[in-house]
Design a binder for this molecule. Structure first.
Ligand code: COA
Length: 297
């Protein structure tokens, strides 16, 4: 769909099949946030449910954009039919003219027309979205002593850019069990895959015995940070540590560890951005929780 307008810009929706328009989005996000999403092309492509809304100049520059996509997630044990909003940006010369308001309204109308019951986004500018009925969710990670671990069962590093590893990861992601009953994505494969490329400290390992992909970090010796577990059956934390051959004294999980056979203490998560929801008006999280950073969008 496209429509010229008095600003001299042209509105386009659902433009990902046009390589030049995709490149214009890559450039907008790189210039605005310093994030390179182009590796997605080698990782199975953008989320197939993506619906971008953008204003383009005659030269093909993307002046303003906001993208919606299907992001089903579990909330208090219930699978919610949600849309996520991401890639929201306006280039400096075109700011302050209502372009972001325009793409936000268009994206929200589309979400309603598609029947999504909830819209979710992550932002460092909550004021921008409160007028549309979005509210922030408090986020908590879990911290505690490492469980006792016996033996070492073995794991190998996964390289998402390797064809075989990518196929394995995609299959695990497609069939994954949400990592928590309280708050966790049910799919979001493209987000997981691009997030493996955006943070060089994230390590990705495959535990053969549990058929599980583990996203983790070890920022300081003895302190294990678990970001996500992708599997049809989530293995216990002790099995994960044994599989990775890690001797840790303390553990931090960046999701509620209700399926890990381990419980830490909830602690506020200061991630710099807020998770905001529109919909589920009466509901708040019944337990402290956060969405895994591997679902960041
Ligand atoms: C934030 C940003 C998208 C705004 O774009 P814009 O085209 O200038 O916004 P608009 O002119 O459409 O303004 C829309 C509304 O947002 C408000 N607004 C603009 N910038 C804002 C900000 N930084 N914080 C809060 N509100 C803001 C405007 O006052 C306006 O309010 P109104 O609808 O009540 O009049 C743009 O400055 C940008 O790309 N910033 C860097 C990337 C970013 O922060 N993206 C959003 C992160 S999720």
């Amino acid at each position: 769909m496209s429509a010229a307008d008095a600003t001299g810009l042209t509105f386009r929706q659902n433009y990902f099949s046009d390589p030049a328009a995709w490149a214009a989005l890559v450039s907008l996000l790189d210039n605005t946030f310093g994030i390179d999403i182009d590796p997605l092309r080698a990782l199975g492509g953008a989320d197939p449910t993506s619906m971008p809304f953008g204003w383009f100049s005659d030269e093909g520059v993307l002046a303003a954009n906001l993208s919606a996509f299907a992001m089903p997630f579990v909330f208090n044990g219930r699978l919610v039919n949600a849309a996520g909003l991401q890639s929201g940006a306006v280039r400096p010369p075109w700011r302050g003219r209502g372009l972001y308001r325009d793409v936000t309204q268009k994206a929200l109308v589309w979400c309603e027309t598609q029947g999504f019951e909830v819209v979710i986004l992550s932002t460092d500018k909550p004021d921008l979205y409160e007028p549309y009925g979005f509210r922030s969710l408090p986020l908590h990670k879990y911290v505690g002593p490492a469980p006792a671990v016996s033996g070492a069962t073995g794991a190998r590093t996964l390289q998402p850019r390797d064809v075989d590893d990518l196929a394995l990861l995609q299959s695990l992601l497609k069939n994954r069990k949400p990592v928590s009953e309280t708050l966790a994505v049910a799919g979001s494969s493209a987000m997981f895959l691009i997030n493996t490329q955006l943070d060089a400290d994230v390590r990705l390992s495959y535990l053969e015995e549990s058929a599980a992909a583990i996203a983790w970090k070890m920022p300081v010796a003895g302190h294990f940070v678990l970001l996500d577990v992708v599997a049809t059956d989530i293995p216990p934390l002790a099995a994960i540590l044994a599989g990775l051959g890690i001797q840790a004294t303390s553990v931090e999980t960046l999701f509620r560890p209700d399926r890990l056979g381990w419980s830490g203490e909830a602690a506020p998560y200061e991630g710099g951005t807020r998770l905001m929801l529109r919909g589920l008006e009466e509901m708040s999280l019944d337990r402290p929780a956060m969405l895994s950073p591997m679902a960041d969008f």
